[in-house]
Design a protein around this ligand. Structure first.
Ligand code: HEC
Length: 288
């Protein structure tokens, strides 16, 4: 009896130890690997060491959109990397989804990606790893292991392109389509022009962090289900919050609506119109 008790103690400790070890391995692999997925099927998962053998590592100097500083990164050309992993047929896909470790999800049309020069940065020139980036609420973030940056000094049009986001801490790249990713957030086809424009702006600027009827990223809260934000926020305050979140909640983690965007106020108004329409189109099926 005593013997079995000791035995089971050792057994329990062993299980615990193995569990911890497994967690550690999974966590470390998870944190430094980049997965390539094709419409739900993982085709390749690589570590930095493997990635640098796929194509040549180059330098790219960019104007950082977070603080307008000039930064020089080392990494792999996104277009060449996608060609190498998926063949040039990746361009026939509607869009490419970039998912970050923190739940951020940015989906960029394939046609916009191959018009510009993106780079999967693996470090900054002249140093090991990256300098930390400043976030809107004055804390910092390390963009490692992979940071998607864009040539925006020679290519000025990249600065004005609303689809081009700069996701850091990338964990996967997936070929996909908007239809597949956002089945429950599309407004009814009979909606007004401003609602449709609002949906487009919402996909470009908001759905990376928020879900709407379950579609989108998970940094911010769901905005429509079961209660729409338009049902408990007055439009005036919603407008002010979207334009400058910290002017309503001092410690908000949300970024202000991009300053460089054309027709900024009009776009915010369209987004609110879209949110109001979606308050009457709540999807019960999409939330698990
Ligand atoms: C970088 C991520 C990020 C982006 C981009 C973002 N948000 Fe947010 N948002 C958040 C987070 C996090 C919160 C949670 C509260 C906070 O930190 O203020 C939030 C809160 C909100 C709230 C308040 C929700 C509530 O229940 O009170 C609204 C409304 C909102 N966001 C709308 C938007 C809209 C519209 C856009 C696009 C123009 C947008 N957000 C873009 C991260 C983001």
């Amino acid at each position: 009896m005593f013997y079995t008790f000791i035995n089971s103690c050792i057994y329990q400790k062993l299980v615990l130890l193995c569990g911890l070890l497994l967690y550690f391995i999974v966590f470390t692999v998870h944190a430094t690997a980049l997965s390539f997925v094709d419409n739900g099927v993982t085709v390749k998962t690589v570590e930095i060491e493997d990635l640098i053998h796929i194509i040549e590592v180059k330098s790219l100097t960019v104007n950082s959109p977070t603080d307008s500083s000039i930064k020089s990164y080392q990494g792999l050309s996104l277009n060449l990397l996608l060609d190498a992993v998926y063949t040039s047929a990746w361009k026939n896909n509607d869009a490419v989804k970039f998912t970050a470790l923190d739940g951020y999800q940015s989906i960029i049309p394939a046609s916009v990606i191959f018009k510009h020069n993106g780079m999967i940065a693996i470090g900054e020139n002249g140093q090991h790893g990256f300098t930390k980036l400043l976030r809107s609420n004055s804390d910092t973030v390390d963009p490692a292991p992979f940071f998607l940056v864009w040539e925006n000094i020679r290519d000025i049009s990249a600065r004005k392109e609303p689809w081009l986001s700069w996701p850091w801490q990338l964990k996967s790249i997936e070929l996909t389509s908007f239809k597949r990713e956002y089945p429950n957030s599309t407004p009814p086809s009979s909606s007004s022009k401003s609602v449709k424009k609002g949906f487009l702006a919402f996909r470009q600027h908001c759905i990376k962090c928020h879900t709407l009827n379950g579609d989108g990223g998970s940094i911010g809260p769901e905005l429509n289900y079961p209660v729409s934000v338009t049902e408990y926020w007055k439009s005036k305050w919603l407008r002010r919050f979207i334009v400058n979140p910290q002017s309503v909640r001092s410690n908000s983690k949300m970024i202000p609506f991009y300053r460089d965007v054309e027709n900024r106020q009009e776009q915010v108004a369209d987004i609110i119109e879209y949110l109001k329409v979606m308050a009457r189109n709540k999807s019960l099926t999409s939330i698990q």
